[in-house]
Ligand binder design. Sequence first.
Ligand code: C5P
Length: 222
Amino acid sequence: MISETVLARTILALDTPNLGQACDWVQQYRDQVYAFKIGGALTLAHGLPIVRTLREAGAERVFVDLKFHDIPHGVALAVRQAAEFGVWMLTLHIAGGAEMLRAARAAVEAVPKPPLLMGVTVLTSLDAAALRAMGIPRTPRAQVVRLAHLAKEAGLNGVIASPREARLLRKHLPPPFLIVTPGVRPAGFDTDDQKRTATPEQALRWGADYIVMGRAILQPKE
Ligand code: C5P
């Protein structure tokens, strides 16, 4: 059972290519969760206009998680499109560099309600050996902090991080810089393919502003 307090700070991941299913979930959870997240499955299948469709179904805030990473011009064009559709939050890979991040910020400057720009630090699938193989001689935690500082200096609103890194990040980057954490599982739930999970309560206590959950809410195990 997930408490109302936790749901009020939850971004529900609509991980399905089926728009009807996604709208049903929005109608079912719109009064309980804070926002809804869509990724490649829904967006590639139906295009960005689904942001409007989901809004009509009751999703006040839509987070588009496409993790942009390209030359500054390309990212600026993509971010501008997302802003045109009234996206609430979107993701960019901080590893794209400061110039790319600043271009994204500049692209939404003139928009009345710009999307929150969130930097992806180090993918949780990467360990120290994987970083070394890419020429980065640092632990994932140290690299996360370094990239988060870069994101802040470039004008991003916050970062996506594992709950286990939230406390460390919070020490370096006080509010209103946002920390959003996926990889969250309520106590007693299957961890599925998630590694290094934490409970929602832990993630929030450690400094997360919002948590992302999908399967723990939408496919609860018996
Ligand atoms: O595992 P669950 O269904 O709760 O995942 C919800 C969302 O969190 C998914 O859309 C997944 O892409 C995202 N996620 C992430 N980084 C992770 C783990 C999950 O962005 N390390």
